[in-house]
Structure formats: structure tokens, C-alpha cells
Ligand binder design. Structure first.
Ligand SMILES: Cc1ncc(COP(=O)(O)O)c(C=O)c1O
Length: 389
């Protein structure tokens, strides 16, 4: 048995369901366990490793910056932070200011606080099946009661409306609504792509009623769906856009891109000790340059279309639907997905669930076509042959 199993069993919290392998190395879309076995990583750390594992440019930027300056509070200016801010502010016209933090849930918390501060209103309208994180504010916008109930009472002022239902959204937004928060593809909630008319109506309703539109691109962001930002598919310009996961090539970082309707922040109203950390910023600059330079969004669009077409060829009475956008792919099956994920792992493919019955694939965008074919063949095997007990 790997010594990591025993140590983690003894000292970690127990809040994660663990697979009995210790991952010790990665390269591109592959990872290796401590016994030397290779896996194709279609989990990518829950959608973090968009650039692939151990990307040389990110590794070099982190190593060089670690030797120069690891920490520098935002109370001072910094070369790496200013470069990261300039790049992040160029991602979507109009979203020219940026709040830097350390994770997805913190980006969402920041967006909620900025929305309340900016509008003077308390209300947040979120969508059923939406996932926005697990700190108490972000959790209040998350839909799944399994995550919410043990921690109630949550933050007041939040309500949920059905996703892709224009009428319900219009009815929910009033003069007390600070913001509507939506994912353009619901990830954790089962890989559901938004209807363009719904997103257009959300933007219009917010503008008309003085509420802000927050788009949570923590999972869809930075190439995953076939565009650098998923809002580009829908010609959407939110007031606040949340990023994390892949934004610094795997180094922990979150960011909120902020538009002109949001403002009025006095010093000290929000902040983070590690936000804008030079190490994360150096990684972010290297990651964004590589993402754009290697045309990874375009690659995600092409590879995602190929993957979904090949998955739809699998003839299995188990499969209800294959859906997604770019390399954010869900296979909804008629049974609980957990045993199928275990069977895939046995065949050397790491995937993840999205709810109880959706098998989710979030591979690095650098995954090769032969690797995609191996993933399809492994899925064909597990979805068409009876599972071993
Ligand atoms: C859409 C979305 N928002 C927020 C989060 C929370 O991000 P983190 O786990 O970095 O706090 C996630 C995580 O999966 C997510 O998918």
C-alpha cells in the first residue's frame, strides 16, 4: 500500500471521497500514480489543468518568480501583478477592472459583495442546479441541498429560479435585487448549456431593473468551452465575471472581472492577504499567454466536437444523452454514475460525476486525438458491457 494512503487516512478530514491511487506526476493530459501506471486525466483537477499538467512555461514562470519574490501584499505595486491585471482586463471588452483572490468561491463571494456595495440592494437571484462554491455566501447561491442543509441558516436575500426559464427570472428580479448570478453551462449541476435567449433575457432584465449580472465562469472559463470565455458564445457582457480553476495554470488563484456599472469601493471594504500574490500572478501571465498562443480555445472547440460525435456513436441502452460545449462534456446515463467511474479508472481513464447520473469529462485542452480515442473506447467498454461486481 502507498504510504500516502495511511497518512491521508490518519490526518485528512474525511470530507473527500478518495480513489485508491496516489497521483505523483503529470505531463499534458496524462498523470502517473506512485506505481508508475499512466491514466488519461479527464478530471484535470476538477477543470483546473486546461493547459495540461506541468506546462513548461508555467513551471518556468513559477520557478523564476519563487527565486525572486513569492509574496507582496496589494498595498504595494508589483511587476507580475500589473502584467496579470492587464492581461485579465483585456479578456472581455468593458470588464477592465479586476479583483484578485485565491479560489472560485472567493471570486463569487467578492462578486456578491461588490454587487451589494454597488447597488445598495441585498437580493441575489440564482438558478436551480447552479453551483457557485462552498463558503457561506457562495453556498447560499448554490442549489444542491446536500451541500446547503447542514449549514443553514445561510445568508439571507438569496432565491433560486428554474434555469432556462425566462418568465421565472423576470418575475424574480425586482428593485431589491442586487444581482442575478448564472453559469452559462452548469457544470456541477449536470452539464446543462444555457439557452441563448435566456441569457439575453437575463442581461436585458438586469439592465432594465438596475440589477447587476454576474456570470460565474469558474468552470467554463479560459478555453474550456471552445472560446476563451464562454460568454463569447452568447455575446454577453456581464457586469461581473468570476474566474478561478485554470486562470493560473493550476496555481491557486481567483479573479473577478468588473464592468463600468460596478463601483464605489472605498479602501478596506474588501480584501485578501494572498490576493494578487506575485507567484500566482506570474503563473497567470504564463498560463494566459500559453492558452492564447497555443490556440487552446480553438482546439477545445474542435476536439470537443470530435469527442461528442464519437461518444454519440456508442450504442448503449444506458445512455440518455451526450451534451456539452467544447471540452466540457456530460454523458447522462440511466443509473448512478459512481460504479462506471470506478470501472473507467480501472481502464486508465479518470473522469468525474456531475450529480448522481451524469458522467463528466473535463480533459486538459491539450489532450491528443489518440488519447480522445482511448477515452471513447474505455467509455464504450464500460457503457456496453456488464460491470464486474
Ligand atoms: C461554477 C463554479 N463556481 C464556483 C466554484 C467553486 O470554486 P472553488 O472550488 O475554487 O472554490 C466551482 C467549483 O467547482 C464552480 O464549478
Amino acid at each position: 500500500m502507498d504510504p500516502a494512503f495511511e497518512a491521508e487516512a490518519l490526518h485528512s478530514t474525511g470530507i473527500y471521497t478518495k480513489h485508491p491511487i496516489a497521483i505523483v506526476r503529470g505531463d499534458g493530459a496524462s498523470v502517473w500514480d506512485s506505481a508508475g501506471r499512466e491514466y488519461i486525466d479527464c478530471m484535470a483537477g476538477h477543470g483546473v489543468a486546461n493547459l495540461g499538467h506541468a506546462h513548461p512555461a508555467v513551471a518556468q514562470a513559477v520557478a523564476e518568480q519563487a527565486r525572486r519574490l513569492i509574496t507582496c501584499h496589494e498595498a504595494f505595486y508589483n511587476d507580475q501583478r500589473s502584467a496579470a491585471l492587464a492581461l485579465l482586463a483585456s479578456l472581455r471588452p468593458g470588464l477592465t477592472r479586476v479583483y484578485l483572490c485565491n479560489s472560485g468561491t472567493e471570486a463569487v463571494e467578492g462578486a456578491f459583495k461588490f454587487a451589494r456595495l454597488s447597488t445598495g440592494r441585498p437580493g441575489i437571484v440564482a438558478a436551480m442546479r447552479g453551483f457557485h462554491g462552498r463558503t457561506l455566501g457562495a453556498l447560499s447561491a448554490t442549489w444542491n441541498k446536500h451541500y446547503r442543509e447542514p449549514f443553514e441558516p445561510l445568508v439571507p436575500g438569496f432565491r433560486h429560479v428554474p434555469y432556462n426559464n425566462v418568465q421565472a427570472l423576470e418575475q424574480a428580479v425586482d428593485d431589491q435585487t442586487a444581482a442575478v448570478v448564472l453559469e452559462v453551462v452548469q457544470g456541477e449541476g449536470g452539464v446543462h448549456v444555457a439557452d441563448p435567449a435566456y441569457l439575453a433575457a437575463a442581461q436585458r432584465t438586469c439592465r432594465e431593473r438596475g440589477a447587476l449580472l454576474i456570470i460565474d465562469e469558474v468552470q467554463t472559463g479560459l478555453g474550456r468551452t471552445g472560446k476563451l470565455l464562454a460568454v463569447e458564445h452568447f455575446d454577453l457582457t456581464p457586469d461581473l465575471l468570476c474566474l478561478a480553476k485554470s486562470v493560473a495554470g493550476g496555481v491557486p488563484m481567483g479573479a473577478v472581472l468588473i464592468g463600468p456599472a460596478v463601483g464605489g469601493f472605498a479602501p478596506g471594504t474588501h480584501g485578501s492577504t494572498f490576493g494578487g500574490n506575485p507567484l500566482a500572478c506570474a503563473a497567470c501571465v504564463a498560463a494566459l499567454q500559453a492558452l492564447i498562443g497555443e490556440r487552446l480555445p480553438e482546439q477545445a472547440a474542435e476536439k470537443g466536437a470530435y469527442l461528442m460525435a464519437r461518444l454519440r456513436e456508442i450504442e448503449s441502452p444506458l445512455v440518455r444523452e451526450v451534451r456539452g460545449l467544447g471540452l466540457m462534456v456530460g454523458i447522462e446515463i440511466k443509473q448512478k454514475v459512481a460504479p462506471y467511474l470506478d470501472a473507467l479508472l480501472d481502464l486508465g481513464v479518470i473522469a468525474l460525476p456531475a450529480g448522481l447520473t451524469v458522467l463528466r469529462l473535463l480533459p486538459p485542452l491539450v489532450i491528443t486525438y489518440p488519447q480522445l480515442d482511448r477515452v471513447v473506447e474505455a467509455l464504450r467498454t464500460v457503457l456496453t458491457k456488464p460491470l464486474e461486481e
